[in-house]
Write a protein that binds this ligand. Sequence first.
Ligand code: ATP
Ligand code: MG
Length: 406
Amino acid sequence: MNPDMILLRFGEFTVKGKNRDKFDKRITEQVRKAVAGYARAEIVRAYGRIYITLNGEPYEEMAVKLKSIFGIASFSPILRTTSELEAISGAALAVMQALPKQPETFKVSVRRVDKGFPHDSQEMNHLVGGHVLRELPGLKVNVREPEVELRVEIQPEGTYVFSSVVPGAGGYPYGTNGKAMLLLSGGIDSPVAGYLAMRQGLELEAVHYHSYPFTSEKATEKVIDLVRRLAHFTGSSIKLHLVSFTDIQTAIAQCNHNSLIITLMRRSMLRIAEQLAEQREAHGLVTGDSLGQVASQTLGSMNVIGRTTVLPLLRPLVTMDKNEIIRIARQIGTFETSILPYEDCCTLFVPKNPTTNPNLNIVENAEAGILNLQEMIRQAVATVETMNITPEIQSAVESAGQDDWF
Ligand code: ATP
Ligand code: MG
């Protein structure tokens, strides 16, 4: 049985005064896009809520799409009936019978918004509950910890019956909290950092450093693929800036500060990203750093590396452990691509003993000793290659269809 409608719920942003309109507009736009392929589905706004009327369009497919829209806190597939006791009891029973697994306990929670309805909430709990209990022998009421909470909302325009509350992606609608540049390698971490930044409402443009001919076309294709996955969550597209890092990397590798190579590379990367951010009117830089994960991500390294930029450096993964990061990478569909074995520019000249506690003075002196470093950085920015990456047709989130209905 297909539900009649889907009720969408939003996060805390719905109460945030000034920004509310922006959020509202953006989320409606995103939902409209998700629904666009289904001719019979309609978006209905009522009393500050958004519903999708399915008119026979498939719920499960749409649920997969809704799960990737940032700003949706949760949603519920619902049956809609007229506000008459018999119809409501019938719908309540239908919702219970459609559960994939019959529960042992349940409770009914009625909300009577339409005060003109003749029975109050308490009476309705008993009336509807009684009907379900009579029809489903073996089922018991448990008010404190029911396996299923059967919800009935009696609204002026009709009554909604549902039991399932499907968690959404949460966060803020994409692009409602400003724009930042994402430093995107081909690894596991930075795509996850990008996802979390986007979920918090940041619009992103990705920057990737490659070292042709040391790094292969395949490595770049892999990054394009990752951006494509991330673009899926935007409802539109993401710009990818490909930066040639070969000259800078070669110069750094030759500068006789073996243990500082990664530190120096990261600093140059940030400088380039900052210049691109200025051009693109972005106000922050997002990286996949996670505290202590490698030598360049100790607090000491982060300090010396981060000093190159005045823009806020956002590190969504900074306190996450690797397993958590991998779990999200799998969930958002970037993991399999990230583990493809193509060389990244940073893995090329990895020193044997990278420093975990670089000294800022020594690092600055080393940079001063690299001939034309600033010029090479300017050149890298000037020759950047920009692509607009649109989402893949296929969905990145695969699990929504397995959730319970109602
Ligand atoms: P990731 O899995 O994101 O590559 P990592 O744990 O391998 O992270 P590093 O390789 O040390 O860590 O990189 C730290 C961060 O620096 C990355 O998360 C990314 O934001 C940025 N970065 C590293 N290499 C590149 C690159 N080639 N292009 C763009 N950003 C990069
Ligand atoms: Mg990496």
